[in-house]
Design a protein around this ligand. Sequence first.
Ligand code: LER
Ligand code: MN
Length: 269
Amino acid sequence: MKSCVTVSLVPEAKGGPFVFWDDFRAACQSAGELGFDAVELFAPGPEAISSIEISECLAQSNLSLAAVGTGAGWVRHRLTLTDEDPAVRTKAIQFVRSMIDFGAQFNAPTIIGSMQGRAATAEGRGDCLKRLAEALAELGEYAARQQQRLIYEPLNRYETNLCNTLANGCQLLDEVRQPAVCLLADLFHMNIEEVNLAESLRNAGSQVGHVHFVDSNRRAAGFGHLSFSPIITTLHEIGYEGFLSAEALSWPNPLAAARQTIDMFHQTR
Ligand code: LER
Ligand code: MN
């Protein structure tokens, strides 16, 4: 498994679970000095930072780009892939496509988290899930054409009523039927929703394509009460070789959260 730390350049997401903020160059320097393998980028859009600058910063610190997030499509533009208005859905698809193009330049997959939206009523959930499956199939095919994956993230019940568990996510992927689409196991959401984190990871098996490595309280791994050893053991058992990406609060400060993460990474992997 490989280590990774998040960087947010989205002002609207302030206070959210990202370790480094605002300055991609400085974040890459710190991540490189601490020995991370990669960074995960949460950007306002594909034009937020030039491709040349990203390549330079990554190369200087010997990092790869693990993934790009699309949450700005929601927090900044209020777009979701399941909005009842087809015009909004079209804009949401366009935004995600532009992020897939952006990530593909650095061989990085794209994450769909909060852009999945939520059903306005319990009765509307079925239709909403259908719209989500259609969008993931279309975007997954788009990503596959660029030899990239699309990562779908189940979220806890306070953020969506569509898929809250990895098992829900696996069911959705059965509908999507596009091998380029995989699941993101975010340990913070899983701590709220899963009965047993290790068992859920085992059941999801090869569908797990990315991990948000974080503790129960959304602080860096080891700053909460999750037991990491059964989680890491299970990830080895299912043959997971991807990133453990710290999508955690910058508590008590970015550098301390990053240092805690990399220490925990070395202790547990
Ligand atoms: C949101 O809670 C989250 O976990 C992010 O990865 C999705 O944008
Ligand atoms: Mn997450």
